[in-house]
Ligand binder design. Structure first.
Ligand SMILES: Cc1cc2nc3c(=O)[nH]c(=O)nc-3n(C[C@H](O)[C@H](O)[C@H](O)COP(=O)(O)OP(=O)(O)OC[C@H]3O[C@@H](n4cnc5c(N)ncnc54)[C@H](O)[C@@H]3O)c2cc1C
Ligand code: FES
Length: 261
C-alpha cells in the first residue's frame, strides 16, 4: 500500500453542530489512492504540543483532489484543527490502514454512530460505483441529537440511500440507540459495515453473528504513529494474540475481534 505525506491547504471549514466540524483540504495524492475505511494521520499544528499526529478517517474524496475530514472536538488536537480556516496548511500522512472489503452481491447495511459516520460516507459513495443507485442497500445512523445528525442524514439521503435514524434525545428518528433499528432490517441484509462507539459495534457484531450475517467493524484505539512502528494500537483477537489497528485494521471482520464486555 502506498502512502504519502502531503502539506495540504485547507479550502473550507464548516461548523456542523457545536463541537462537530468538517474540514476540506487539497490532498490530491492521498485522495487518488484512498479506499473507504482508511485514515490519515494529521499534524494539528506547527508546535511540539501536541507532538503526536491525530488519526482521522477519510470522510469524503472529491473529484478535484479534495479530502474531507469530519471530526468532533474532544481535546487539544481536534480543538486546534477546528481553528484552521481556509488557506492554512496542514500536514497529512495517508492513506493508512486497511479499509472495508467491498462485499460481492447482496444487500448491504451501513451503520454509523456519532463520528463513526465519517468513513461510511466514502464507503456509501464507493458502493454506488457502476450502479444506478443503492438498490436494497440501506443506512442506519445514530447521534446525540438532531443538530448532529441532520447534515450527515441529508448527505446520505442525497446519494439515494434509504435511511433509518436514531438520536439519544429523540429529537430526530427513533429515540434510542442505532443497533435497536437493526432487527427489522437484518433479515434482508447480506453484509453489515459498522463504525461507531465500541459498545455499539459490539452489539451490532453480536446481532450479526446470531443472524449469520457478515459484519465488518472499524475499530478505534489511541494511535501514536499510525504506521505500525510504536505497537501502541494493539488489540487482542479471537484467534489469540494481537493485531495492530493501524496496520491490520482499522477495519476487521467482526468475528476476528475479541469483544470485551
Ligand atoms: C483510525 C481512526 C479514525 C478516526 N477517525 C475519526 C474521525 O473521522 N472523526 C473523529 O472525530 N474522530 C476520529 N477518531 C478519533 C480521533 O483520532 C480522536 O478523537 C483524536 O485523536 C483526539 O485527539 P485530541 O487531541 O483532540 O484529544 P486528546 O486530548 O488526545 O483526548 C481527549 C479524550 O479523547 C480520548 N481519545 C482520544 N483519542 C481516542 C481514540 N482514538 N479512541 C478513544 N478515545 C480517544 C482520550 O482518552 C481523552 O479522554 C479516529 C480514531 C482512529 C484510531
Ligand atoms: S499506532 Fe503505532 S503501531 Fe499502530
Amino acid at each position: 500500500m502506498t502512502e504519502f505525506q502531503e502539506k495540504s491547504t485547507v479550502t473550507a471549514r464548516e461548523s456542523l453542530a457545536g463541537d462537530v466540524f468538517r474540514l476540506t483540504v487539497q490532498a490530491p495524492r492521498i485522495a487518488a489512492a484512498a479506499q473507504p475505511g482508511q485514515f490519515v494521520m494529521v499534524r494539528v499544528g506547527d508546535t511540539l504540543d501536541p507532538l503526536l499526529r491525530r488519526p482521522l478517517s477519510i470522510h469524503q474524496v472529491l473529484p478535484d483532489g479534495g479530502l474531507r475530514l469530519l471530526f468532533k472536538v474532544v481535546g487539544k488536537g481536534t480543538g486546534l484543527l477546528a481553528e484552521l480556516g481556509p488557506g492554512r496548511k496542514i500536514d497529512l500522512i495517508g492513506p493508512l490502514g486497511r479499509g472495508f472489503s467491498l462485499a460481492p452481491a447482496g444487500s448491504a447495511c451501513l451503520i454509523g454512530g456519532g463520528m463513526g459516520m465519517a468513513p461510511l460516507y466514502f464507503l456509501a459513495q464507493r458502493l454506488l460505483r457502476g450502479k444506478p443507485g443503492p438498490g436494497h442497500d440501506q443506512v442506519l445512523l445514530g447521534a446525540r441529537n438532531r443538530a448532529e445528525l441532520s447534515l450527515p442524514a441529508a448527505e446520505f439521503s442525497g446519494l439515494g440511500y434509504p435511511l433509518h435514524l436514531a438520536t439519544d434525545d429523540g429529537s430526530l428518528g427513533h429515540h434510542g440507540f442505532v443497533p435497536e433499528l437493526l432487527d427489522d432490517v437484518l433479515p434482508s441484509v447480506r453484509q453489515v459495515y459498522v463504525c461507531g462507539p465500541y459498545p455499539m459495534m459490539r452489539m451490532v457484531a453480536l446481532k450479526c453473528r446470531t443472524a449469520g450475517v457478515a459484519c465488518q467493524v472499524s475499530l478505534e484505539t489511541h494511535m501514536a504513529c499510525g504506521l505500525g512502528v510504536c505497537l501502541g494500537c494493539a488489540v487482542t483477537v479471537a484467534a489469540g494474540g494481537y493485531k495492530h489497528v493501524c496496520k491490520d485494521g482499522p477495519v476487521f471482520a467482526a468475528d476476528e475481534v475479541l469483544w470485551k464486555m
